[in-house]
Design a protein around this ligand. Sequence first.
Ligand code: 13P
Length: 254
Amino acid sequence: MQKIIAANWKMYKTRAQATQYASEFTASLRKKSYDDRLILVFPPFTAIHDLCQHFSDLPGLAVGAQNFYPANEGAFTGEISPNMLHDVGAQWLLVGHSERRHIMEESSDFIARKVSSGLDYGFKIMLCVGETLAERNAGKLVSILDEQLRSAIASLPEHIHKNLPGRFAVAYEPVWAIGTGRVAGSTEVIEAHAQLRQVLECYLGKVAADIPLLYGGSVKPENAPLLLGLDNVDGLLVGGASLEAQSFLQIIEA
Ligand code: 13P
């Protein structure tokens, strides 16, 4: 399976900063080919259009949105619709990130609605799941991952299951590893990813093997090669270390 290396810029970068990054980034990418990598960038909404224009002639590179509201238009003050994101060139949507689950208090039901509606509107979805440190310490890893993944998939009509490969990815991001410099250990990653694969198999059968599982949480150029070599790790979702073009490029080359 082609490895997915994704950058989540969160609430960082003005348009000017994003454009400067894109110039440096694409100049390096043009010099090499990364046939075995799919590179995704999730910038803030305001930079999506500019990045899409910069990336348009580079294969294997796509732009996504960090959030959306599951309706195409309506009286939803402050929200952004799938239609508007198509309009600026986004192809992927990030759903269920821990910052949205915990800071914005998005529920599993709402996240499930977003997954199903994002797919309906023709987007590719990257669903994030992961336990807090308190949940891990309470022995709830398996039940939390099960609940977060099952609730998102259970809402999908069965006829679309076989079409999910290429349109659906899951990112395991333990909350305690996000932005802390404390990357999950190999055993922890292998255990969590095996659990997620099992839940996928239970719902999707054979196609579960073709759904990429990414790891996210304090990924850096130094730990990326090890993480990418682990069982069931089909890619990386990178926050802080994706904000510098050179450091993200090193992770892509890992
Ligand atoms: P860091 O790489 O900064 O830990 O962030 C991970 C993340 O939340 C990516 O979505």
